[in-house]
Design a protein around this ligand. Structure first.
Ligand code: 1CP
Length: 396
């Protein structure tokens, strides 16, 4: 039996087991804490973790950012009964939503169902996630006095349901669970703007105009991320991703001066845990050389750069994750398939985890995502996987 067949059988077995779970919110609380429960380390030899470490793999692993919510009908059904933060605060539900894409799409990793702004709410910020808008903060943070409202985050006391959701999900998973946190610039933007923003004008004004206050805010946000990620890993998450989604709003010089130190603090603050650390942002083509110095093991790349070029900008050594344009998944299948192959070829096999260049668009047909996974599984056995050297793209 070749690897692809073995993988297919394993996946069928996994799907069979997961499909046999009742539909919603029935993950047993007991299962996760029983001594016989599957150990969180069971996925250590998984494709995902090996690819994140830059080791040779039999095929390219694949998962999707924002795979757990958004486009899945099962998720929408759950959302009719509970709002987003309620799901996050109810471990059975959060674990259940985390498992949905594993069942339906056959991806090689799960990502915890939560939100990057949840630790802020748990650390004293009056925050609501408004349907169709995103996180909205009643009283934005724009002064030293405002900063006092952001207290340190103690995951065990402030958000024990997160660790419980991780334990419940991990007990059911045969693939690694990825924990995550918001990057300091991205979280600062929500706190300062009071909600989603395209221009991040208040944020940049404060950054340039009140650099000391900015630094204190970013240090506080870095500590929140470290605490949150450490708690998720202690509960069983086997890799972590820092979503610095909006860092692309900055020039390289501004990123270096105002954000990089906090990013470095996050990655050094979790280095001893030994789990792969992914650093992702959107529109970060010009920031990649700096992001390579933040201390992550893997850098996520959006769809604006060919992966070969991204690798070169990253110095050629760091594994990459990405980078299919999420909008391509809205096109006819033949178009999608062609672009999947282009990403796989550009990724060069080794040290590549297939993903979208940003989150799944809500209107995506989950069946297209399932076919993308199948295609990556079939075609992601790169000729170059066994080759020691990564491709060296011509020019930049
Ligand atoms: O797969 C998953 O969906 C896992 C859970 C998850 C993750 C990884 C959610 C649930 N949010 C996130 C991360 C997140 N949240 C990011 C980083 C990823 C990215 O860049 O897309 C960001 C920026 C947020 C903030 C946020 N939360 C937004 C974006 C608003 C903006 O500024 O444009 C939105 C719309 C939310 C709400 C939210 N969080 C999660 C879901 C599924 C939703 C959609 C709303 C809902 O279903 O009610």
């Amino acid at each position: 039996m070749n690897y692809a067949e073995a993988g297919g059988l394993a996946r069928m077995a996994l799907r069979g087991r997961l499909y046999s779970l009742p539909a919603v919110s029935t993950v047993s609380r007991r299962t996760a804490t029983e001594p016989g429960a599957r150990s969180p380390s069971s996925g250590h030899e998984s494709l995902l973790l090996r690819a994140y470490r830059g080791e040779a793999v039999e095929r390219v692993p694949v998962w999707f950012m924002r795979q757990a919510g958004r486009s899945l009908p099962e998720y929408r059904a759950i959302r009719k009964r509970a709002d987003l933060l309620e799901i996050c605060r109810t471990p059975d539900l959060a674990a259940e939503v985390t498992l949905l894409p594993i069942r339906r799409l056959g991806v090689d990793a799960a990502i915890l169902f939560s939100d990057i702004t949840l630790p802020l709410a748990a650390a004293g910020i009056d925050l609501e996630i408004v349907a169709g808008v995103g996180p909205v903060i009643a009283d934005p943070i724009r002064s030293a006095a405002d900063l006092g409202r952001l207290r340190p985050f103690d995951p065990a006391a402030d958000a024990p349901y997160v660790a419980e959701a991780v334990r419940l999900a991990v007990a059911e998973l045969d693939v690694p669970l990825i924990g995550f946190a918001g990057g300091p610039f991205t979280l600062a933007s929500y706190l300062i703007e009071g909600g989603p923003s395209k221009a991040h004008t208040h944020t940049r004004r404060l950054m340039y105009g009140e650099p000391l206050l900015w630094r204190r805010l970013l240090e506080a946000l870095a500590e929140i991320a470290v605490a949150s990620l450490r708690a998720q890993v202690a509960a069983g998450a086997q890799a972590v991703q820092v979503f610095e989604s909006w860092a692309g709003a900055l020039s390289p010089d501004s990123y270096r001066e105002f954000v990089l130190p906090a990013a470095q603090r996050i990655f050094s603050g979790i280095a001893d845990l030994g789990v792969p650390r992914v650093h992702f942002g959107v529109g970060t083509g010009e920031l990649l050389p700096l992001m390579a110095t933040a201390g992550a093991d893997v850098v996520g790349v959006d769809w604006r750069l060919p992966l070969g070029v991204a690798r070169k900008r990253l110095g050629g050594e760091i594994p990459v994750q990405g980078n299919l344009d999420p909008a391509i998944c809205l096109a006819p299948w033949e178009v999608v398939a062609q672009h999947v192959d282009t990403v796989l070829d550009g990724g060069g096999g080794r040290g590549h985890v297939f993903n979208l260049g940003h989150g799944v668009a809500p209107e995506t047909d989950p069946d297209i995502l399932r076919r993308v996974v199948e295609r990556v599984h079939e075609h992601g056995v790169s000729r170059r996987i066994a080759a020691p050297a990564r491709p060296d793209p011509p020019g930049d």
